[in-house]
Design a protein around this ligand. Structure first.
Ligand code: NDP
Length: 457
């Protein structure tokens, strides 16, 4: 039985213990929120330029520890070291972007008869961030840094399997001179610490990233307190490949294998026009066989393990041994390994084609024409991401407008950047993170009418 008061962090590539950390109780969450409230009043009273200065110092401190953060992400999450370095850099860059936002959080002036209105973006207070294990560092950063820049305090609960990089970020924030208790990280279990954060009356907003089922529960609990919530949930994103596309680029297997497929934006439904379907199948068979799966700390490794035994069992449940599939190879163990896989005999309405697997598994499906491609691309309860590949610009635009998803890319698989809005349609979520409106999502807009007529007689 696992100890409810302690979290054991395992290296998913070796199953060795990396660290144990105390698990926060509901009382710990309450203490953190009370402290955060006090700290937030002083933090919000600073000029935006002063918050920006401190956040830039925080960015410099993260920059000085990039390699340490990356190595920690490799050990606790099994990310390849190349990806982990990118993630640490992403956290630093977002701090710089958010710092700029703190200096430019401006209101409007709206004329009216007898006076004028001014608007203010008031910080919300204490923001609760609940992060998942698939991208522990970037998602902690996306939820927290714009909120801090807008003058809020943050209490962050990382996933129980991956608390270490978030804890280190909080330590670096203090080193950089951010006031105490403005950015607190509380490792703990979702059903205790996570719920306590969601239910706390003094937590003004929740930012949740994770599964659709937990997201639904979080939203229901927030509704009781009329608490705003941002949800970044699952995905089952299409990769729509027309016959005229650059097939090699379009069928890059890392569009669904990156982070061992534990990526909400993974293009796990590979939709290929019938006339090039066999060519695509042959290309993918070769590409999967060439993927280097193994020690994530090795620079040459392209794909690491899954996060946990539980996730490995879940992924296995979608891929029966006799399923028609293209397969790469993976180490035997110890560690939570699953080979790169493309299911070739799946129906569009089959379980593996519709549910988020969150492993290195895609389904390959043919389509006849543009209308068929759009129908298949939209045949999912999710709507987070997707790619469209064609040399026909008109078709690229028509299809990307017709696909119901928040983050699409044309002739590219890259759709997430800290300076562009990120979020889902349908059951992929609610609200947007990042981009130009990242800070205002953590404010309430207040309008004040100022009379120029003098006091009423
Ligand atoms: P969850 O959605 O349950 O977990 C995400 C975060 O929410 C974790 O910090 C978790 O804590 C916390 N949490 C869990 N229950 C509650 C609750 N009742 N109230 C508040 N917070 C809670 O995801 P799982 O880790 O269970 O993964 C299951 C599946 O979800 C995956 O296989 C994948 O399909 C999907 N998933 C999708 C993600 C995405 O980005 N789209 C990210 C992660 C998972 P704790 O770690 O203690 O459970």
């Amino acid at each position: 039985m696992s100890d409810p008061h302690e979290l054991t962090v395992l290296n998913p590539a070796t199953e060795e213990t990396v660290a144990t950390v105390p698990a926060a109780s509901a009382e710990d969450v309450d203490t953190a929120v009370v402290r955060a409230l006090r700290a937030q009043a002083r933090w919000a009273a600073l000029a935006g330029a002063d918050r920006a200065r401190l956040l830039r110092r925080f960015a410099d401190t993260v920059d000085a520890h990039l390699e340490e953060l990356a190595q920690l992400e490799v050990r606790e999450a099994g990310h390849t070291v190349g990806n982990a370095r990118w993630e640490a850099g992403n956290a630093r860059d977002l701090l710089l972007y958010a710092a700029g936002g703190a200096e430019r959080l401006l209101g409007a002036q709206i004329p009216a008869p007898g006076g004028f209105n001014v608007t203010f973006h008031e910080p919300l207070g204490v923001v609760g961030v609940i992060a998942p294990w698939n991208f522990p560092m970037p998602i902690a950063a996306w939820g927290s840094f714009p909120a801090l820049a807008a003058g809020n305090a943050v209490v962050l609960k990382p996933a129980e399997t991956t608390p270490l990089t978030a804890l280190r970020l909080a330590g670096l924030a203090l080193e950089a001179g951010l006031p105490e208790h403005v950015f607190q990280v509380l490792p703990g279990h979702g059903h205790t610490a996570g719920r306590a954060l969601v239910d706390h009356p003094d937590v003004a907003k929740i930012v949740f990233t994770g599964s659709t089922s937990t997201g639904r529960e979080v939203m229901e609990r927030c509704a009781r307190l009329v608490k705003p919530v941002t949800l970044e949930l699952g995905g089952k994103s299409p990769n729509v490949v027309f016959a005229d596309a650059d097939l090699e680029a379009a069928l890059d297997p890392f569009s669904f294998l990156d982070n061992s497929g534990q990526d909400c934006c993974a293009r796990t439904r590979v939709l290929v026009q019938e006339s090039v379907f066999e060519e695509a199948r042959a290309f993918l068979a070769e590409a999967l066989a060439a993927v280097v799966v193994g020690d994530p700390a090795d620079d040459k490794t392209q794909m690491g393990p899954l996060i946990s035994r539980q996730q490995l069992d879940r992924v296995r449940s979608y891929v029966p041994e006799d399923a028609p599939a293209l397969r790469g190879t993976a180490p035997e163990g110890p560690g939570f390994w699953f080979p790169p896989t493309v299911l070739t005999g799946e129906r569009p309405d089959g379980r593996a084609a519709r549910e988020e697997i969150f492993g290195p598994v895609a389904v390959l499906l043919p389509f006849a024409d543009e209308a068929d491609a759009v129908r298949l691309a939209n045949d999912t309860p999710y709507g987070l991401s997707g790619s469209v590949w064609t040399r026909d610009l008109g078709r690229a635009l028509r299809v990307s407008r017709a696909v119901g998803a928040g983050n699409l890319s044309v002739n590219s698989h890259s759709s997430v950047r800290y300076w562009t809005p990120f979020g889902g349609f349908k059951q992929s979520g609610l609200g947007r993170e990042l981009g130009p409106d990242a800070l205002t999502a953590f404010t309430e807009t207040k309008n004040v009418f100022i009379s120029t007529e003098g006091p009423a007689q």
